[in-house]
Ligand binder design. Structure first.
Ligand SMILES: [Zn+2]
Ligand SMILES: [Zn+2]
Length: 182
C-alpha cells in the first residue's frame, strides 16, 4: 500500500507565504572603531540584526504557503494508529544491527527494566504512547510521490527497553524470527 504525499501548509511560514527574515546590519563583519553608523556597534562581531523587518516571501515554500510532504515529514497520528504492530521478545540486538546496519528506528525507548514482566498488550500500549513524532521514512520505503507502507511496525524488546522499527515483508519477518531467542 502506498501513502501519497500531500500538500500541507508550509511549516516555516504557517501557510501565509511570508516570513520575517531579519537582515543583519549591512556593515556586518566590519571593524568599526568609531561606531557603526547604522547600528552603533564598535566591534565586528557586535553588529545587530535589523529590528524593523519586512515580511518577505518565505524561502521554504517560495511564497506559496504550501509544501509537499517528503519522507522526512511527520506521519499524522491517525495514520500511525492504523499501522499494525507486533512484539518481538528478547531480540538479539547486536546481530541484527550487523545484518541491517543503518536501519532506522521509529522510536527507541530505553532504560525500563521491567520489560520481561510486561505482557505484549502492555508493551504495545507503551510503544503506541511513544509513537508520536515519527517520520514517513520510518514507516516504509520512499517511492515516487509517496511511501510504500511497511507490513507492520515491530516492537523489539530487550534487556534495556525496546525499539520500534518498520518490518516490510514476510521474508523479513522470517529473518527476524531467526534473530530472536523466542
Ligand atoms: Zn512558507
Ligand atoms: Zn552595524
Amino acid at each position: 500500500m502506498i501513502i501519497k504525499f500531500k500538500e500541507k501548509d508550509c511549516w516555516n511560514c504557517g501557510g501565509t507565504g511570508k516570513y520575517n527574515y531579519w537582515s543583519p546590519c549591512p556593515n556586518y563583519g566590519k571593524s568599526m572603531r568609531k561606531g557603526c553608523p547604522v547600528c552603533k556597534a564598535t566591534r565586528k562581531a557586535e553588529h545587530k540584526y535589523s529590528q524593523d523587518y519586512e515580511l518577505t516571501p518565505c524561502k521554504m515554500c517560495k511564497g506559496t504557503g504550501k509544501l509537499m510532504e517528503t519522507a522526512c515529514s511527520y506521519v499524522p497520528g491517525a495514520v500511525l494508529a492504523a499501522i499494525p504492530v507486533a512484539v518481538y521478545r528478547d531480540y538479539h540486538e547486536t546481530t541484527w544491527n550487523e545484518a541491517y546496519l543503518g536501519a532506522g528506528f521509529a522510536v527507541s525507548v530505553l532504560n525500563y527494566s521491567d520489560g520481561k514482566n510486561l505482557t505484549d498488550d502492555q508493551v504495545i500500549k507503551m510503544a503506541r504512547n511513544h509513537l508520536t513524532h515519527v517520520q514517513y521514512c520510518n514507516i516504509g520505503t520512499e517511492v515516487e510521490g509517496g511511501i510504500e507502507l511497511c507490513d507492520h511496525l515491530g516492537i523489539f524488546t530487550g534487556t534495556l527497553g525496546f525499539n520500534v522499527r518498520k518490518v516490510m515483508s514476510n521474508e523479513e519477518v522470517k529473518l527476524l524470527k531467526e534473530y530472536c531467542y523466542d
